[in-house]
Write a protein that binds this ligand. Structure first.
Ligand SMILES: Nc1ncnc2c1ncn2[C@@H]1O[C@H](COP(=O)(O)OP(=O)(O)OP(=O)(O)O)[C@@H](O)[C@H]1O
Ligand SMILES: O=P(O)(O)OC[C@@]1(O)O[C@H](CO)[C@@H](O)[C@@H]1O
Length: 333
């Protein structure tokens, strides 16, 4: 089935990352707080959740366009993304792109230090929305391609920025995925987005519930759907992922692995789901593809995205369960 999906012509994708980053990753044996430690040379990659989605989908044959605000440093992002076949649309701002640091220990434990990023003025927010409108019109309308809005919102961006992007997608008849957290995720519930991709902690924060079992996540998803949410793809780290729609619930996961770096695993999960989201592909296969891509991302250094050979290798490891046991645990402890 996964080979069938990969054989289909890839559709275009446009991603929006209001708060992009330069991701610096250093590797170390064990992190010791308060000590001077020597690390590996930093791996520097263009990052931010939507940027990562564009990078991995481009690597799987999709025409990918990444929209992001950038100041004088715009060319730095373009020069990192162009060799990865990602077309970059930069929206000029006065601020600078943030640097986010990932410290990865030998056992795969990843500590992220994310800067706040450049504040946007209301004129810059308007320019970002105008760029989204234009890219949707020129790259997505009538193609079956997806719009993806992902990551935290920088200062100055309104909490409902993704809901406004959802209006653009809705008016254009283009499917939309949103991956964000906090107030931006709360504002996205009623946005009409086709899929929301919280991780378990983000879903706990959103619903104010402690989520320990499949039954807990199912109840939380039902509460969100009552408020207007549509499909939910909930990533749960080593516990795989759940897909919850009005048609049912699916769980997928695979054998334990020791991650090389988990940065971007959630972005690749969402990307796998989008890659498989074509008419005729059933929800179980969409979820299995999502989980395979997330697992493959864990085996890459830093925010490096997996290639088709990596994701198809992981697809063979993934099991899917339709209507999983409500008592199944979704987190440790
Ligand atoms: N330790 C692990 N073992 C096996 N699979 C993992 C592990 N960590 C992550 N994964 C895979 O990656 C997917 C995404 O991980 P996770 O839920 O941590 O995403 P996330 O918190 O959104 O990540 P990020 O924000 O860094 O992109 C999981 O659904 C799972 O398939
Ligand atoms: O601060 P945000 O926007 O929530 O997350 C940003 C970020 O951690 O997300 C990506 C991994 O998912 C990284 O490329 C990037 O550094």
């Amino acid at each position: 089935m996964s080979r069938d999906i990969d054989a289909l012509a890839a559709f275009p994708v446009v991603t929006v990352t209001p708060n992009p980053s330069l991701d610096h990753t250093v590797e170390i044996t064990v992190l010791e707080r308060g000590e001077v430690q020597r690390t590996s040379r930093a791996l520097v990659e263009a990052g931010g959740k939507g940027v990562n989605v564009a990078r991995v989908l481009a690597k799987h044959g999709h025409a990918a366009t990444a929209i992001l605000p950038a100041g004088d440093d715009a060319q730095r992002m373009v020069s990192l993304l162009t060799p990865q076949a990602v077309k970059t649309v930069t929206v000029p701002i006065s601020g600078a792109i943030r640097t986010n640091i990932a410290v990865v220990e030998q056992d795969g434990t990843t500590t992220k230090l994310n800067e706040p990023g450049a504040d946007l003025t209301s004129a810059e927010v308007d320019a970002l929305l105008a760029a989204v409108d234009k890219a949707v019109e020129s790259h997505l309308v009538g193609t079956g391609g997806w719009l993806v809005a992902a990551g935290s919102l920088p200062g100055g961006a309104p909490d409902d920025l993704y809901a406004r992007i959802a209006r653009i997608a809705g008016q254009a008849g283009v499917p939309l995925a949103i991956d964000t957290s906090g107030a931006a995720l709360t504002a996205a519930i009623t946005s009409g987005a086709d899929v929301l991709k919280p991780n378990l902690e983000e879903l706990e924060e959103l619903t104010g519930r402690d989520l320990r079992t499949v039954a807990d996540v199912t109840a939380a998803a039902a509460a969100l759907r009552d408020q207007g949410a549509r499909d939910l793809l909930v990533s749960m780290g080593p516990h795989g992922a759940l897909l919850l729609t009005d048609q049912g619930t699916w769980w997928a996961g695979g054998p334990a692995l020791v991650p090389r770096s988990t940065v971007g695993a959630g972005d690749c999960t969402l990307s796998g789901y989008i890659h498989a989201s074509r008419s005729g592909v059933d929800p179980a296969e969409k979820l299995a593809t999502a989980v395979a891509w997330g697992r493959a991302a864990c085996l890459q250094p830093g925010s490096t995205v997996p290639a088709p050979a990596d994701t198809s290798q992981q697809r063979a490891e993934v099991q899917v369960v339709t209507e999983p046991d409500p008592g199944q645990s979704v987190k440790d402890g």
